[in-house]
Design a protein around this ligand. Structure first.
Ligand SMILES: NC(=O)c1ccc[n+]([C@@H]2O[C@H](COP(=O)([O-])OP(=O)(O)OC[C@H]3O[C@@H](n4cnc5c(N)ncnc54)[C@H](OP(=O)(O)O)[C@@H]3O)[C@@H](O)[C@H]2O)c1
Length: 238
């Protein structure tokens, strides 16, 4: 694993890119507007990073982080990520992505839908349950006592193991949250989403932005996954 392709240069894509470069990986990062629009951003990540096209990020990456709005996945070229290990950060927001019946009625999870749209057989949901700002704030070297954990979900053991290795290299332990069908357990509004990475997850909404991030060990993530109840995604707001 030498090169990480990153499709999506926004909050999450950029946060992951910085960690990847810090971990000694080459990064090729892409957005919808083309590499010219990303020259300054990529330069800021350091010499291991460069801007590329979506196709370059997909083909040159040994693994690919997909971090674009859910509604944009259908705009990617057919077969783009076939055969690639994909780490998908996406969540479903009806207000942004539109009403999607098979998600609203829980026929599939958003991860299963994206996986099917991509035709990706090595597909892992990851980095979708943590606020972008908390990614650099909580990343720690392997073995650090205050290292946090991220849940991952996927249908293939080998893909999950490889994704776990990448995430561990970037600064987090991982917790296996099961299959893609179970990945709702760490989507927005569940106990394992967002608030869990604050030092006090139970503060009021008003106090939340004044609350620093806090280390979130694997046991805490596991308990939150176990406590999750499936939410009505049609009611979800930003
Ligand atoms: N922000 C968070 O804290 C957070 C936390 C957890 C999960 N997530 C999820 O992670 C995903 C990304 O979120 P974000 O906040 O990083 O998004 P963002 O800041 O809005 O960035 C989105 C990125 O996707 C790119 N993009 C859009 N359509 C594309 C296409 N067809 N091809 C290539 N690139 C495309 C955009 O490029 P252009 O700018 O060129 O259009 C932009 O770089 C979303 O599903 C979000 O719900 C976000």
């Amino acid at each position: 694993m030498q090169t990480l392709g990153i499709i999506g240069s926004g909050n999450i894509g950029s946060a992951v890119a910085r960690l990847a470069v810090a971990a000694g990986l080459n990064v090729i990062i892409a957005n919808s507007r083309g590499p010219e629009s990303l020259q300054d951003l990529a330069a800021g990540f350091g010499p291991l990073a460069r801007a590329g096209t979506v196709e370059e990020a997909a083909t040159l990456g040994d693994a690919v982080v997909l971090s674009i709005p859910l509604k944009a996945v259908k705009d990617l070229p057919d077969g783009l990520l076939a055969g690639k290990l994909v780490l998908d950060t996406s969540n479903y927001y009806p207000s942004r992505d539109g009403r999607i019946e098979e998600l609203v009625d829980h026929t599939v999870t958003s991860s299963e839908m994206v996986r099917d749209q991509l035709g990706a057989d090595q597909y892992v949901k990851a980095f979708n349950n943590i606020t972008a700002a908390h990614i650099p704030a909580l990343a720690r070297p392997d073995g650090a006592a205050d290292r946090s954990a991220l849940p991952i979900a996927g249908d293939g053991a080998a893909a999950k193991a490889e994704a776990s290795g990448i995430i561990e290299r970037l600064g987090f332990n991982t917790v296996d949250a099961g299959t893609l069908a179970e990945s709702w357990r760490f989507e927005p509004e569940t106990p394992a989403y967002g608030r869990i990475y604050f030092s006090d997850p139970d503060v009021s909404d008003e106090q939340l932005m004044d609350t620093p991030p806090g280390p979130t060990p694997a046991e805490q993530v596991r308990s939150a996954l176990d406590a999750a109840a499936r939410v009505d995604v049609a009611e979800r707001r930003f």
